[in-house]
Write a protein that binds this ligand. Sequence first.
Ligand SMILES: [Zn+2]
Length: 445
Amino acid sequence: MTSKISLDSVPLVDNHCHIGMYEQRYGNAFRTVRQLQEQYAQGGIEASLPMGDWREYSKALHGNKADRLREMDGRHGLRRLTDRTVQMFESTIFSRALEIGCTELHGEWADAELLAQAVIGSRREGLAPFYKRSLALGGFRIALVDTPYLDRALWPEEGFKWIARLDPFFYPFGPGAIAGRGTAIKAGHHARFTAELKKVLGEQGLKAIPGDLADYVAVAERALDSYLERGAVAFKVVSAYVRSLEFLPVSEREAARVFGDLSRGKRGESKLLEDYMAYRLLRWAAEREVPVQVHTGMGVPEPGMDFQQSNPLKLESVLMDESLNTLQLVLLHGAYPFCSEAGALTWLYGNVHLDFSWIVYIHHHFLIDRLSEWLEMLPAHKLLFGTDTGLPEMHLGASRLGRRALEAALSRGVEDGLWNPVQAFRLGERVCYRNACDLYGLSAG
Ligand SMILES: [Zn+2]
């Protein structure tokens, strides 16, 4: 009997991705392969421009100001800088994943011009039909989508499950001053939180944030109710991009005092209100048995994230809270570079699960080693397959590489006598789709 495990026949549930996000007025706007490549080059550009010019460039880029960008290109040689940075990424697994997806979907990779034409051509009838073809090729049955809104005409309920964010309710009075490198990333996240909160207030017939904390909490809880009515299967916390994952318990009296201060423009203690709201809403989710995904570890490839604050060990105060012991918590991205810390938390707490999205197209051998680490130590129901992409080409490439890494880790275990082939295959099935189906109450049949 061969020790090589094949998961080709096994369907996938994507625990975390961003399908359809480009259609939003805000969000990641990756319509093409080139746009995704350029996003990964942003860190190189940021490190080559004076900060004032970088901010100007970033604003023009996100605002789609072609004239401004042309003028800045003349001044700084931005085109050449971007090309060079994109080129330097060619040796990475990120690029390999794109190559796999592009070759399979377009039959092209080496010629950038031909590839660009094929990418545009594939989207002529809209992104959705092409995207669905890519997902079918990858063997995806269901995708859990982190996005402000899913257009159900394009992305039907059956295959696309919505993940709604809790963060907009943590910052009712905005972020205050943001300074230092990565300002644009933090400001961008806060802009999305503010926009969502404004939308929620509008839906509830309110023109402003209510005057006291209890009324404000009621607004947030009504919004979460409406998210569930609209089909959300889980919530997400993405605040590691803007603050520490250390949420500490805060009394209602203390939170009400800070709420009052903030509403009168007195800043300084906003973290106390953020922490209070996080606990309130996590408890709300726990009571309704709705899982919560948490961004842990690395962030987008340009400065902005304080890695020390995104260490999943910062979540220990939440995990130690008695009222949250039944909250199903999913650590996203294997918490890279804190993969073993994430594994340890997942091992220790029965209510913690571990997703390895994003890692699938950033690492290969490292991922195989981490999968070995996690598969050997964790019970079979803990690990979740995810991609973390919103681009069809990357989705397919990431799924191919992710499957390959999982097969390699399982095959290695069989070779070393850790599992027999049947056990290893069953474990692969759990990671690919069964665990997600159990956790979110889905059927991938
Ligand atoms: Zn993501």
